[in-house]
Design a protein around this ligand. Structure first.
Ligand code: FAD
Length: 481
């Protein structure tokens, strides 16, 4: 009797180091049906945003191409998931469904239902860990509680051995021609008005793109990562976040590539930079740990005092922030980079988030939601942790009184103004000395640079000093509650 299995792809869009696929091959199934089921309604409020959908479309197309190169193909279906799986089981005669686990609350709830349903129907259901070095329930403090602080969390796991990545299959059985598939274009993942050109130009979604990116990073950047990661004008980080989010590459594969690199170039300095980079992968692990154990955090502050924080409601200011028209160059540059490319440097994410939540005192959930719609790497775990960190109300959060001064951030991390000049070209004629504080520049300097505040570039929508004090006063009102 032929044994057939369905591999349910979700955010594990790769063939190498794919534990579900590997287990199916190992178990000796004669037929493997790779499927992607489009069911955004099942993800509640956190279905993929606009930029993620563009990425998802391109990544699914890449996965199909890679599957075809091995003799298989990607079957695409529309949800509800259980109905789609039932139909595919019926058509293919599959006796098992394998998938890789995800950790967002709505996905966990849906997957539990799917598992129960399959088991009741006598279909084998098996799930695997593809996305993390350590699953959230395998790490706990001595008191057997989840970690809320990064350093002890990372210390507890950073030296654990990481198993070797699994190889990609060399060939796969063909999928019967009678098993139909929807066209990828029917999923409507691409926008009607094509605002996505910048994203397409900046990125190469898919497993091959992910590995090419890792190689570029390891060969050109990793050796100086500890410093270069603080310079938003340079390509000083890995840019792996969207590839990691969609599972086009696994953290395990990254760790192994780093070990290989250290083996070849392992001096003291290289080790230092590699460890800094690895601790960023550690932050990703931590974010998933926190989301798993505190599943309400995408909507609610981890620190309950912040439920009573006096946020302001100012749509005009929110829109100016979203559009990169606040009159504060570092903030505007970051927000415009985000809109154009679907990504924003970490230094800028911290800066614009601090500006929104502290200088404008607009609730962090508004920023979280805007990032969700515009980032190609929008990730419920990392985005939630990042926003709650910046607002001062999350796990291992920056203390509330640590309010970034965006002009000072520019002077430190974009000293020659290259980043601001790229994204806020109307200020490009200003000398380095004034580019981060045009409001303080002498009139003659502004005239020479062709800048008319209030006309060619906005006046700041908020006074940095006064708004900082107002935020501290607001915090005083809740800090002892
Ligand atoms: P690198 O510096 O090369 O880091 C390598 C990888 O480590 C990243 O790809 C990412 O997977 C992980 N990582 C790095 N920093 C963090 C961090 N602080 N928290 C969790 N993981 C991290 N990251 C996302 O992937 N998705 C998000 O939606 C997201 N939203 C954020 C929102 C705010 C307000 C802040 C402050 C940070 C957010 N981050 C988010 C974290 C971080 O900014 C990005 O992961 C990083 O900028 C991605 O660029 P990179 O891949 O070049 O990073």
């Amino acid at each position: 009797m032929k044994k057939r299995v369905i591999i349910w792809f979700r955010r594990d869009l790769r063939l190498a180091d794919n534990p579900a696929l590997h287990a199916a091959i190992d178990a000796g199934f004669d037929s493997i049906v790779p499927v992607f089921i489009h069911a955004p309604d099942e993800l509640g409020d956190w279905a993929p945003g606009g930029a993620q959908r563009v990425w998802q479309h391109l990544s699914l197309a890449a996965l199909d191409t890679d599957l075809q190169a091995l003799g298989s193909r990607l079957v695409i279906r529309q949800g509800p998931t259980i109905a789609a799986l039932d139909a595919l089981i019926e058509e293919s005669g599959a006796c098992a469904v394998y998938w890789n686990r995800l950790y967002d609350p709505s996905t966990i709830a849906r997957d539990k239902q799917v598992k129960r349903h399959l088991e009741e129907a006598n279909i084998q259901a098996a799930s695997f860990n593809a996305a993390l070095l350590h699953e959230p329930w395998t790490v706990s403090t001595r008191q057997n509680t989840p970690y809320k602080v990064f350093t002890p969390f990372w210390k507890a796991i950073r030296d654990d051995p990481v198993r070797n990545p699994l190889p990609a299959p060399e060939a796969l059985p063909a999928v019967w021609s009678r098993i139909g598939s929807e066209a990828l274009s029917d999923l409507g993942l691409l926008p009607d008005i094509r605002w996505d050109t910048g994203i397409r130009q900046a990125w190469r979604p898919g497993e091959n793109g992910a590995h090419a990116r890792l190689e570029t990073f390891v060969n050109d950047t990793l050796g100086g990562y500890g410093e270069s990661r603080e310079r938003p004008a340079q390509p000083g980080t890995s840019y792996l976040s969207p590839h990691l989010h969609f599972g086009e590459i696994a953290p395990r594969q990254i760790v192994h590539r780093l070990e290989e690199w250290l083996h070849d170039h392992g001096n003291e300095s290289h080790r230092k930079h590699a460890n800094i980079f690895l601790s960023e992968i550690g932050w990703r692990e931590f974010a998933h740990h926190v989301l798993f154990h505190f599943p309400n955090t995408p909507d609610e502050p981890l620190d309950p005092r912040f439920k009573h924080f006096p946020w302001t409601h100012d749509d005009e200011a929110l829109q100016a922030w979203q559009a990169g028209r606040t009159g504060v160059p570092m903030v505007d540059a970051g927000m415009r980079e985000l809109w154009a490319t679907g990504i924003m440097h970490n230094r800028l994410r911290m800066t614009v988030a601090s500006f929104l939540t502290k200088n404008l005192r607009i609730g962090w959930q508004h920023g979280e939601r805007w990032f969700w719609d515009t980032l190609v790497d929008a990730d419920l775990a990392n985005n939630t942790l990042g926003w709650q960190w910046a607002a001062g109300c999350g796990a291992d959060a920056a203390p509330f009184f640590r309010i970034f001064n965006p002009a000072r951030q520019g002077e430190r991390f974009d000293a020659d103004g290259a980043y601001v000049r790229r994204w806020v070209p109307e200020l490009s004629g200003l000398p380095d000395k004034h580019i981060h504080r045009p409001w303080a520049a002498p009139q003659k300097v502004l005239d020479d640079a062709g800048v008319t505040l209030g006309q060619t570039y906005p006046n700041p929508i908020v006074d940095l000093k006064a708004s900082r004090q107002a935020a501290l006063d607001a915090f005083d009102r809740i800090k002892n509650t």
